[in-house]
Design a protein around this ligand. Sequence first.
Ligand code: SF4
Ligand code: SF4
Ligand code: SF4
Length: 433
Amino acid sequence: MPSVYNWQLGRPMEFPYQEKHPQRQFAFVFNINRCIACQTCTMACKSTWTFGRGQEHMWWNNVETKPYGGYPKNWDAKILGMLEAANPGAQRWSASPKSDQAPYGRFDGKTIFEAAAGQVGPDGPKRAIGYLPTEEEWAGPNVFEDHALHAKGGSGGSGGSGGSDTVLPEHKVWFFYLARLCNHCTYPACLAACPRLAIYKRPEDGVVLIDQTRCHGYQRCVEACPYKKSMFRPSTGTSEKCIACYPRLEGRDPVTSPNGEPAETSCMTSCPGKIRLQGLVAVEPDGEWTHDPSNPIYYLVRERKVALPIYPQFGTEPNGFYIPPRWVPRPYLEQMFGPGVRSAIEQYVCPDRELLAVMQLFRTTQQIIFRYKIEKGPKVAEIEVTMPDGSSKTQEIFNDTVTGYNKFDQPAVRITVEEPMFERPAHVGLNSI
Ligand code: SF4
Ligand code: SF4
Ligand code: SF4
C-alpha cells in the first residue's frame, strides 16, 4: 500500500491510494461541555435528507450518551476490540517528540488500514478491518440515553463510577453526550474499501460523497467506516451517507446565502446548545493545514489544540474535533481523543483572553466564518477557577468584541464577551408589544 502522512498520528501510514488533498477541508468543532442532547441537530438532518422510504434507520447525525450509548450499538467498543485483537497491548502513543506535524506525539499502534494487512475479503486483499452492524444494532439510536450506569447498574470498568484515579472536579458517576456525523475524513475508510470506486472526496471542500449511480450496494463502506457513518438503504439497494449539506457550503441556499455566502450545515446551524462551529480550512498540497490562526477552526484545532480529533488512532484523519468534557475520567477521554486531553481541558476550564473571545463565535451566524478579529475592551471581572488538578487560578475577563467575517470578507457577526443587559423602562407594561 502507498504511504501517506497522517498529522494526527504524527507519522506516515499505509493507505490504499496515493496522497492527494483538497484545496479546502470541511471541518467542525463541537464543545461537548455544552451539549444538552436535545437532538435538534438530529432532527434537522433527518427532516432535510433522510425522511424517505428505506431511510427509517438512517441518522446521519446522531447524539449518543457515552459511555454506554452508541449508534449503531457498541460501534466504538467493537472497533477498539478488533484493533486490540490485531495488535495486543501495543495500541499506544509515544509522548514525544511533538511538533506542528505531530501535535499529539506519535501513535505507535496499528490503524484500521494497517491491521488489515494479510486479510482477504470477497474482492481481494482487505483494505481496512471493520464489521457490518446487525439490524438489531442499527435499530435503537437512543438506547442508553441519559444513562450514567450500564444495564446491571455496575461501574462498567474504567467507564463507570469513576475509578480510584478520579479527582475533583470530576464527578464520580458520569456520562456525556456525543454528537456525531460523518467526519469527511482525509483518508476515508469508506472510500478505500469501495470496489466500485463509487466514493469520492471533492477537491474544493474535502466533502466525501457516494455516487449513487455507481454504488451497487456491496456495503463495503458500511463495513469499513470505523465511525459507522455510511448506511445501507434497502429500498434503493445503495449506501448513503452525510453529504455535509453541500448546497449550503456552496452558498446556494437562497435563504441563508442571498449573495452566495457559504453557510454552515443544517445540523450545525440548528444547535440551541451553541456547541457547534463549522468551517472550511485551507489545505496545502502536502495535506498540512495552511497556517491561518485567524480562522477560528484552525485556531481551536491547530493553534491552541483545545479541540481534538475523535478516535484519531483509527487512522482516517477525521475532520470532526471535540472540546472534551471536563468532568469525565481522563483515561476514558484519552482513549477517545488521544493524548491531548489534559492540556485541552486545562485551557478550556480557564481560557485566556483570546480563547474566550473566539469561543463566543459558536452559533452566532449561519454563515461560515473565514476569519475573526478581536477588538480589546475593558476588564470586567476577575474570578478564581479551580483547575482539574485541584489548584486555583485567577481568570481575568475582558469585555472584548469579536467580529467574524464571511468568505467575501464582509462582517457576518459581531459579539461581545459580556452579554449586554437591557433594562426595560419602568412605564412599559408586560403586554407592551
Ligand atoms: S442540537 Fe446541539 S445541543 Fe442539541 S443535541 Fe445537537 S449538538 Fe447537542
Ligand atoms: S466518517 Fe466514515 S463515512 Fe465519513 S468519510 Fe470517514 S470513513 Fe467515510
Ligand atoms: S452536515 Fe447536513 S447531511 Fe450531514 S449530518 Fe449534518 S445536516 Fe445531515
